[in-house]
Write a protein of this length. Structure first.
Length: 311
């Protein structure tokens, strides 16, 4: 009888990509199982590229019960520390539950949650506890076919889910103005971030047609990042796309340290961080992030040009 496995990761773009090593470890542990991933439906184009998931079950956050699905033999909590996510999976009545231990659930076995681990390592460690080795560096996806329209551009992503992780528009504008003198630059973001991207473009002297923010679906954004020459962004999902497709990147961190969410050590990636931490959900730009200067970003780009991009 086929083993049915239900995995919960009902979060965003970067969250899905940092769970790829654990999903692949799970597949190696159960090569013949039918694996269902409960995650937001808009992430389907990426789920299909991971190569370890048989079915996507649309779930967005923990506000409701997991939709009724097939018999669950093994439930795997890649969503969080619990207890809410653990309880949701327990409600599916699995034969086995793989999750972190939590003091509110004394009858549930699992490793203790370690908040100071990198996000990828949190989940590969959970799989290892369940006797399934997983490589936290197994993050790469195959490059998709692209139209070629924007191949080799520099992508500057102006947005982030929370204001605390958004670098000031003035900083982006100075960087874009400098880079646009010698390279094609496009600006990305979601629909709500389009006004900010347009403001950056206007201040940098970039034409509005170079502003792709709010004009791309996820498939188009993935193709753009996969074929780009360089990505400049904050601590957001686009940074993880650059990692997945081995696209060079300069990532600006704050208030969360790169030790928790940063790219793996690689000549292709440069990380800028002031060394201070704070609330990642704040409603204004974190002071430590704002302290990163445009000249630091441009210096990181120059460093990549010397060591990687022109190698």
């Amino acid at each position: 009888m086929t083993v049915n496995i239900l995995v919960l990761r009902a979060l965003g773009l970067g969250d899905l990509l940092t769970a790829v090593p654990a999903l692949r470890g799970l597949r190696r542990g159960y090569p013949d199982a039918h694996i269902t991933l409960a995650t937001p439906d808009h992430l389907r184009p990426l789920v299909e590229q991971i190569g370890s998931v048989d079915r996507l079950l649309p779930v967005n956050g923990l506000e409701a019960r997991i939709p009724r699905c097939d018999r669950v033999d093994i439930a795997v909590n890649l969503h969080g520390a619990g207890p809410q996510s653990t309880r949701l999976l327990a409600d599916t009545r699995p034969r086995e539950l793989i999750t972190h231990a939590h003091p509110d659930l004394p009858g549930v076995a699992g490793p203790e949650w370690q908040a100071d681990l990198h996000e990828t390592r949190k989940w590969t460690r959970l799989l290892e506890w369940a006797d399934m080795p997983a490589d936290p560096t197994d993050l790469h996806l195959n490059r998709p076919h692209t139209s070629g329209r924007h191949d080799g551009v520099i992508v500057v992503h102006v947005g982030a889910a929370a204001a605390a992780r958004r670098w000031p528009e003035s900083g982006f504008a100075e960087v874009v103005a400098n880079l646009a003198c010698s390279a094609e630059v496009v600006l990305t973001g979601n629909e709500a971030e389009r006004p900010s991207a347009l403001a950056v473009a206007n201040a940098a002297g970039l034409p509005d047609e170079q502003v792709l923010a709010g004009r791309q679906d996820l498939t188009e954004l993935v193709g753009l990042i996969a074929s780009a020459r360089l990505v400049i962004c904050g601590d957001t999902g686009v940074a993880h796309l650059a990692t997945a497709y081995q696209t060079s990147s300069v990532v600006l961190f704050g208030p969360t340290p790169p030790s928790l969410w940063g790219p793996p050590s690689s000549p292709r990636h440069r990380v800028l961080w002031s060394g201070t931490t704070g609330d990642p959900h704040g409603d204004t730009t974190f002071p430590g992030l704002a302290a990163i200067r445009p000249e630091q970003v441009l210096a990181a780009v120059d460093d990549l040009n010397r060591e990687v991009l022109h190698a």
